[in-house]
Design a binder for this molecule. Sequence first.
Ligand SMILES: [Fe+2]
Length: 399
Amino acid sequence: MALEKLFIISAIGVRLLENVFAVPVEELFDTPGIVAEDIVDDGGSILLPLGTQLSWLEKRAGQIIDRLKQSGIKAVLVRREKGLTTEELRELLAQAKLPVRTIGKKLAGGVVDAIGKVYRSIASGQGREELLSPLLAYGKTLSREIGRNPSILFSLLKVRERDEYTFIHSLNVSLVAGSLAGSIRPGNDPFLEQIVTAALLHDLGKAHIAPAILNKPERLTEEEFDQIRRHPEAGERLARQAGIIEPAILQAIRWHHEKWEGTGYPDRLRAEVIPLPARITAVADVFDALTAERAYKGAMPPREALSLIIEASGVHFDPAVSGHLLRSMGLFPPGTIVELSDDSLAVVVSLTRGDLMRPTVLVQLDGRGKPLQDIRLIDLRRSPHFIRKALSHLGKAAV
Ligand SMILES: [Fe+2]
């Protein structure tokens, strides 16, 4: 094999072509990439086929390395996937037209009124039955709405009174959190309902905080900020006093301000120790807060909010949950015309669950802009090519 003659001088392999490296067998699994040629043994059996994602085989790395060595193979051609930089992601998001749907004004108004009643009755120490039944009914209705379409839903309501913001925000957080729950555990209706209801109640502890502090455009004093920081614990206490025992609801209330790196409040929990309902609510909470219009700030476009959340993945947010937000938004929605890494042009035909960056595409024009004779459907997860950029959307102006 020609590669045996290569003198390997680098710890990460020798660069042969754009993004293609000859990687020593021992270092094969140290960096992600795609096998760029069929690796065969002397008997002609394929040991590693072209297009194999090395990350798929990580668990069997030791075994594969041994087998390659036994067959006398010293290096493998690997195409390194070009990871998107933050700048490139920003650019892609700037081009993307994100599908955001809304729910009916009547339903939204009903939910907001119910949340208002619940917050007020809980704050005044009233019982559970009165509290939960209308809210659970709305939880079911909203879950059904969310279940119909995985894209992010919003209410159309605008804040009319200052103290209404928390209720409208709670509704929006429940819609976004519900979309995320549906994407994280597809088909699990009880989980979706739990998350929707938990998110409706996540800021319950704010029931005791004066609207003047909640809506203050200026910088908060230390004392005011302390009050705000106490709302997760206060909320959990109020919920327990009202007889709420559902773990998902209590977890979302207490831990929705925890951060993935362990710098949040109130308990400085980190990573997966933070329960999933709280990690989902945290992403939905910030996404809605950024995209909401307040007296003191304009609404940020969804794609910018998404970009900020992706940048804060692994720091503030669970990267898996933010990935689901990206997917729910459909970074390359079906119909997007994309340029692939071999210069060919393709149309996105379906999204790939678990890998938004690599949908299935229909290649239309080759690298020189000539229409192809045969239609080629490519699942980019199983191809050495990747999307370089989105160009436009079928039937729409350039996005
Ligand atoms: Fe909160």
